[in-house]
Ligand binder design. Sequence first.
Ligand code: AMP
Length: 214
Amino acid sequence: MDPKILILGPPGAGKGTQSERLATEFDVEHVTTGDALRNNKDRDIGHLDLEYDTPGEYMDRGELVPDAVVDAMVEEALSGADGFVLDGYPRNDDQAAALEGMTDLDVVLYLSVSEAELVDRLTGRRVCADCGANFHVAYSPPKADGVCDKCGGELTQREDDTEEVVRERLEVYHDDTEPVLERYAGHDGYVEVDGERAPDDVWQDVREAVRKNA
Ligand code: AMP
């Protein structure tokens, strides 16, 4: 059976990077609400009669997109996946309750990183507009300024990686998402990994945790 993996942690903890490696190593689907929502930023959700009419209006402010939108996306993605690594969801207690009704989990990974490091990582992050590869102005700069090493595409800063929005995202994480950890701390497959290290070092522990628990 393919493993069902949940990866938790604050914005900037490296969930995306580690999830991509997990998806390749264990041949499972990478289900990421952040990417899915970025691809649907301008979708009209006006019929739901919420505060804003598109996901992008929440995202650019660093706020959570309403549960009704996100729960439905995850349910659809998981129903088509044998094994998966779920990244970016759940982000509050209601989403966690919804997830419980959708599937069981084999492994729950929590990447811990201090707040000062997160601000540094997020505000310095640059993303290729074409292939999505990630760089950092100080820690993993591209060979040529503003140009993707992998495909030659243009490097951009995510609209929500500016310092002001990063602070808001971290506050939302602290208020809404951190409490969710308690729900998973007693899970048989729960493993906390020190995420404040180089990606290759974090990967050793992440891979080991999944091998042991899946
Ligand atoms: P991420 O790429 O995971 O940092 O997500 C970027 C933004 O997408 C977040 O700041 C939220 O606005 C939105 N988002 C991603 N996942 C969720 C979720 N599970 N619930 C609500 N909003 C989400």
